[in-house]
Design a protein around this ligand. Structure first.
Ligand code: NAD
Length: 260
């Protein structure tokens, strides 16, 4: 479905972003991976994707806190492939703390990586997408873009911001064949969630098992973590021609969490 299309996925060295990259590679799209990680592991992933599927994969190490590096990544992708079709703004971090103890540098990093990086990336790809009159922008928000939880003030603020950004961009791009949508997963068992189990246990003074059962999955009526493959499938649909009229919307994939 995406043969010849060029896709940038931020934060695609791990978790949800990596699965989205694998999904697009399997559809013969050309990719730019991004994110932190061991260079040998990243190179191994690139070699594996290129040898398994008919696609070309590059990696750019742009730090999502740095607008200049984001612009440089977009330029490199255009210079390499001559087009940019799909941007998935997926990079994200979390920090869990009562607001009165929340480190200011953590707050600023979360706003930069989870919200501002999407603004900077969209700003750079928009001229290319407008010129070709086709584009898909998908912002990885969260159930925390729709509802809040205690001790996640920075993340909740950033993800609510992502939904506002999504709507504004959708309106600006609507007449250019470009759609912009947000995906709102519930809890997906990735390194990001594994990392917050311990900190949530500390913040609430309970065991890690209790965090999984009584805090995380308590929100999800299915009592199951969402799978990375399920999130990637939603991204695949939103990137398709079948979703040409779907724009400015957010899509929950949260096991019923936000139905409460
Ligand atoms: P993850 O920790 O597995 O992956 C995060 C990715 O972002 C990694 O590739 C990491 O290297 C990259 N990254 C972090 N800081 C970066 C920076 N400064 N510059 C460039 N890359 C950076 O996390 P995940 O769970 O796969 O999360 C991916 C997205 O999905 C995030 O936006 C997250 O908020 C969102 N999300 C996750 C869940 C969940 O339960 N896991 C739920 C809802 C939304």
């Amino acid at each position: 479905m995406f043969s010849g299309k060029v896709v940038i996925i931020t934060g695609s060295t791990s978790g949800i972003g990596l699965e989205i990259a694998r999904m697009f590679a399997a559809q013969q799209a050309n990719l730019c991976l991004n994110g932190f990680g061991d260079p040998a592991t990243i190179q191994h992933e690139i070699t594996s994707l290129e040898s398994t599927f008919s696609c070309k994969v590059i990696y750019h190490p742009a730090d999502m806190t740095q607008p200049n590096q984001i612009a440089q990544m977009i330029k490199t992708v255009f210079d390499t492939f001559g087009r940019i079709d799909i941007l998935v703004n997926n990079a994200g971090i979390q920090h869990v703390s009562p607001i009165e103890d929340f480190p200011v540098d953590k707050y600023e990093a979360i706003i930069k990586i989870n919200l501002s990086s999407a603004f900077y990336g969209i700003r750079e790809v928009m001229p290319f997408m407008k010129a070709q009159k086709w584009g898909r922008i998908i912002n990885m928000a969260s159930a925390h873009g729709l509802v809040a939880s205690p001790f996640k003030s920075a993340y909740v603020a950033a993800k609510h911001g992502v939904l506002g950004l999504t709507k504004a961009v959708a309106l600006e791009a609507a007449e250019f064949g470009i759609t912009c949508n947000a995906v709102c997963p519930g809890y997906v068992l990735t390194p990001l969630v594994e990392g917050q189990i311990a900190s949530t246990a500390k913040a609430r003074g309970i065991s890690e098992d209790s965090v999984i059962r009584d805090v995380l999955l308590a929100h999800q009526p299915t009592k199951q973590f969402v799978k990375v493959q399920e999130v990637a499938e939603m991204v695949r649909y939103l990137s398709s021609d079948a979703a040409a009229s779907v724009t400015g919307s957010s899509f929950s994939i949260d096991g019923g969490w936000t139905a409460h």
